[in-house]
Design a protein around this ligand. Sequence first.
Ligand code: PGU
Length: 495
Amino acid sequence: MAAPFPNLQSLVDMTNSLHRDRMIESLDTSAVLVKRKENEHRVRSESPTLPAFARLAISSRARIERRMEGPMASISLAPAPAATAGCGSGSRFAHVQQAPEDPIYGVTNAFLKDPSPVKVNLGVGAYRTEEGKPLVLNVVRKAEEQLLADKSRNKEYLPISGITHFSRLSAQLILGSDCPAIAEKRIVTAQCLSGTGCLRVGGEFLAKHYSGPKIIYIPATTWTNHFRIFPNAGMEARTYRYYDPKTKGLDYEGMMEDLRAAPSGAVVLLHACAHNPTGVDPTREQWAEIQHLVRDEKQLLPFFDSAYQGFASGSLDADAWAVRQFVNDGGETLVAQSYAKNMGLYGERVGALSVIVKDPDVALRIESQVNLVIRPMYSSPPTFGAAIVCTILGNKALYEEWKVELKGMADRIISMRHQLFDALKARATPGTWDHIVNQIGMFTYSGLSKEQVEYMKTEYHIHMTSDGRISMAGLNTRTVPQLADAIHAAVLQFA
Ligand code: PGU
């Protein structure tokens, strides 16, 4: 019978060499860090001020190198010393570094770990009821019941680009049912995995097939995931100025200047409405000038991220206004739509990516290439969430009911803005707080500093992202005073 390790010596050699490589690598890392520190402080390596840690790293490396020149047998197969075992010695993944925590999911993790009974999560942009509970819309429940009762439904794979009916209804929702691009078949819409999936697929399609510069301009202050999605998709990400902390409003001049300086034909990411995290949107006059710059001056390609249609104003049409202006001028445009917030389908991962072009033949070819991006990524999208959307958008009564529920969510958020503003006024909290009522959508970009946010977490168990963003949808009448007290104390503490 063959021995379990036919060549024990080669196993010993392999393990030893892994240990050695890991040790040398980690010591080299230490030496590099030390070198950097040396440069920073202009400390010469022979200087007696060289830290003990540095001397140890350098001498240990020399020792190990000397040792490895001797017979392999002199190194035992014993477990690696504690110091290297800690960094995963022996594993082919030992070099893997701990990734930084996601700025938004990290808040949820900290909230879950907080044992306080009064803790409040104002981090993630997810709607909560006045009772602080996640909400499943009534229309969604009704659609689910209809779907479950329909025994003709099956679990077959969807086509690569999802349910065709879903795509048509989604395009109509964002562009308006009278949109010429739809009638002229100059549009390709694919069902993707919520807003993130649309942006990722759209980004990769552009990286592979866009004839202009593969550079996307992203607002300097934006949803943090944008900065990962596009480079991962193969696009170079650059920023344009967007938010002015002094005015807590749009840095319109800065934005125009940066877009004017972009290479002609570059892609520009625009938030369709309710800019995340700032809650600051351009006015309609400013949009018209942005459109002129994008289309006529620079031939930029607009890529709209629409994650909050209906959430900003309570009106689906008003919140789609900017997108429709661009699409209806006949120019080419991409749109990523999410149903996470406006239908509360967060975890169902339902979204639609539309590419609107000038020519129906081009649209057909684009469709084939978008499919080729999707197929090796996740093959085809999930069924149930999109079926819910189809049921609601395809049924007049349910659609009307949805609009009422959507407005209800938007109105509750707006009412939270007023309650928080009034509570700070009542406390005479130093500073101006008008932006709480002036900003639009799910978030207030409070202007609170990292230190203030940290203080509010430890002293008041209020959890929010470190940039001072408050998810207003997570607030309710009961928690407004707690937040106002926390803000008041934080402002006084770090005046
Ligand atoms: N685009 C913007 C501007 C967003 O704010 C979000 C979600 C998305 C796209 C993607 O949403 P999907 O769920 O993929 O449709 N931003 C939320 C949700 C949490 C997160 O970071 O994914 C937020 O809290 O900012």
